[in-house]
Design a protein around this ligand. Structure first.
Ligand SMILES: O=C(O)CCC(=O)C(=O)O
Ligand SMILES: [Fe+2]
Length: 274
């Protein structure tokens, strides 16, 4: 397969020749990531993106920061903002906590951005499909959602939560904060059949931390995780350096758009349906 010049400058093909399906290093990367995702519910590919692309991405996100939507909310781990008065005060559904991130939507990002080159390159999408075990993945076709910069400034965090719809979530660490901003996970806190409220409450209140893992990653590392049944959070960021993440959404069928109401919450009033 032919690679575009720009993909070569964005992805570390020397270490990860993902465009060459015959290269044994590609097969071993897929095997390692599949095994780790199965065993731990997450996997990390360090140095997946080149230092030059990280510089451009960091500059771009910093420049676009003024047009980010400040997405601040108090929510429970099920991403709901309302308590349920029929349940006890310390029930997980009634434990609300802060989440604040600065969202830079897809439509704000230039067409030639390395973030978009990364997201739209067939070799990346095909690699991820093999890792997560889907026969094929497709780009999300929403105007706002497919690839975003998500910035965390001092004090920002994403409190414990489950991701709602996607079977997997994919994030790229672009710039780390000075401290804090740690990605933590308590794998398989619930199953499809059992909400496991006692354990969930203990994680939310800090009573129990023996099941929590910190997922370490340096800038350039790609993380794929299954967040639907595993509580996870980003701890409060400390220091003046923004934590900058790339967040990408692939779909298992073509032509998928985001929900208009969800988009308005995440990206602000400007995206409200006309
Ligand atoms: O920023 C991160 O490391 C992960 C954030 C998160 O919870 C998500 O993207 O679902
Ligand atoms: Fe999440």
């Amino acid at each position: 397969m032919k690679t575009t010049a720009s993909a070569e400058t964005v992805i570390n093909l020397k270490q990860y020749p993902i465009h060459d399906h015959e290269d044994p290093r590609r097969a071993s990367l897929v095997a390692r990531c599949r095994a780790e995702l199965d065993a731990n519910l997450y996997c990390v590919i360090p140095d997946f993106v080149t230092p030059a692309a990280l510089v451009t991405m960091t500059e771009e996100a910093s420049r676009l920061r003024p047009v980010a939507h400040d997405n601040n909310s108090r929510r429970n781990c099920y991403l709901q903002r309302q308590k349920d008065p029929s349940l006890p005060e310390d029930h997980p559904r009634n434990l609300l906590a802060d989440a604040s991130t600065r969202m830079i939507a897809y439509d704000r990002i230039p067409a030639n951005s390395p973030l978009k080159t990364f997201y739209h390159w067939d070799a990346v999408r095909e690699l991820i499909a093999e890792i997560v075990g889907d026969t094929a993945l497709y780009d999300n076709e929403d105007p706002y959602q497919p690839a975003n910069y998500v910035c965390y400034e001092e004090g920002d965090q994403s409190s414990w939560h489950y991701d709602s719809v996607n079977a997997f979530t994919m994030t790229l660490m672009i710039q780390a904060s000075e401290s804090g901003g740690e990605f933590q996970m308590s794998p398989s806190t619930r199953t499809d059949d059992d909400q496991n409220y006692d354990h969930v409450r203990q994680v939310l209140t800090g009573e129990r931390n023996d099941t929590i893992v910190s997922v370490g990653r340096e800038p350039g590392a790609l993380c794929i995780f299954r967040g639907c049944n595993s509580l996870h959070r980003v701890s409060p960021v400390q220091g003046k350096t923004m934590r900058i993440m790339g967040v990408f959404v692939y779909e298992t069928e073509p032509g998928v758009l985001g929900d208009a109401e969800v988009n308005e919450t995440i990206y602000g009033a400007r995206v409200a349906a006309a």
